[in-house]
Design a protein around this ligand. Structure first.
Ligand code: NAD
Length: 295
């Protein structure tokens, strides 16, 4: 019998499903794209002809899909065929409202559910070092944790339905804003004749210190592993940062929270994407800021 069904075998889902196989679990997978199915098959995932076939008899179902509309469509399709007592976990990054709707849909079918978006990117998906931020009941989280531990390093229970998605978009709103802030500081430093290394040495041990500076520095040199040293190849693509910033702004609007810097960050990343840089690492925003400056 299939232990785990995995729907959505893309850049993240494929390697995550592969890690479940490596951990000794029997995994049936499905994706609309044949190439994704082939890649997952090579990792030991048995490919089902449809999503419904994949979930039949599975004790745990995992979805890793692009957006809320895909998650709701797939959950609507598969939940009527899920085994009694099954658990469903969505690891996609989606809007909080759709996540809450998905939990309600699962409850209607008497299926326990968890929203568990991730951070750590494709490297984390391959290396099973993802961070999972989970939302759902204590019981559903307790059942999901051993599965998530096979794909990640840190698993945090953030609260009830949708809390995982809320944590993800709040974190990424900080990240988007802070990357622009750090990039602005380097851009200003360049104009003032201050070297990248000098600013880094001061700010990384002063009150300007943050992850965008010390782990993901947007200029080449100070942090050798940052995408700036590799022509801004992602890493974390600017288009995905824009997606998450838009989700944060949808949530802020619905909840009545004031997030003016989050809004401005979304506008800046939208302009960067429109200029054709959606596939660039999000730290490449520094190049956009340089272009905006007076020559
Ligand atoms: P992806 O586009 O590579 O994969 C999504 C997969 O879902 C595709 O293979 C697509 O064919 C499949 N799919 C869509 N509709 C389907 C359906 N009805 N049935 C079956 N399969 C279907 O995207 P990804 O990079 O793997 O990202 C997945 C999710 O993880 C997104 O929500 C993304 O925001 C989030 N995420 C991505 C990263 C990253 O670095 N790539 C990091 C953190 C979170």
């Amino acid at each position: 019998m299939t232990e785990i069904a995995f729907i959505g075998l893309g850049n993240m889902g494929g390697p995550m499903a592969g890690n479940l196989v490596k951990a000794g679990r029997k995994v049936a997978g499905f994706d609309l794209v044949a190439a994704s199915c082939e890649a997952a098959k090579a990792e030991g995932v048995s490919i089902a002809p449809t999503a419904i076939d994949a979930v039949k008899g599975a004790g745990v179902i995992v979805t890793m899909l692009p957006a809320g509309k895909h998650v709701l469509a797939v959950w609507n399709e598969i939940l009527p065929h899920a085994a009694k007592g099954a658990l469903i976990i969505d690891c996609s990054t989606i809007d909080v409202e759709s996540a809450v709707q998905a939990h309600a849909l699962a409850a209607k079918h008497d299926i326990a559910s968890v929203d568990a978006p991730v951070s750590g990117g494709t490297g984390g998906a391959k290396g099973a070092t993802l961070t999972f931020m989970a939302g759902g009941s204590e019981a559903a989280f307790a059942a999901a944790k051993p599965v998530l531990e096979k794909m990640g390093k840190k698993i945090v229970h953030c609260g009830g339905a949708g809390a995982g998605q809320a944590a993800k978009i709040c974190n990424n709103m900080i990240l988007g804003i802070s990357m622009i802030g750090v990039s602005e500081a380097f851009t200003l430093a360049e104009k003032l004749g201050l070297s990248h290394q000098a600013l880094f040495d001061v700010a990384s041990t002063s009150s300007g210190q943050c992850w965008s500076l010390t782990s993901y520095c947007p200029v080449p040199g100070p942090v050798p592993a940052s995408p700036a040293n590799n022509s801004y190849k992602p890493g974390f693509a600017a288009a995905l940062m824009l997606k998450d910033l838009k989700l944060s702004q949808e949530a802020a609007k619905a909840a009545g929270a004031a997030t003016p810097l989050g809004q401005h960050a979304a506008e800046i990343y939208a302009a960067f994407e429109q200029a054709g840089h959606g596939g660039t690492d999000f730290s490449g925003i520094i190049n956009y800021l340089r272009e905006q400056g007076r020559k």
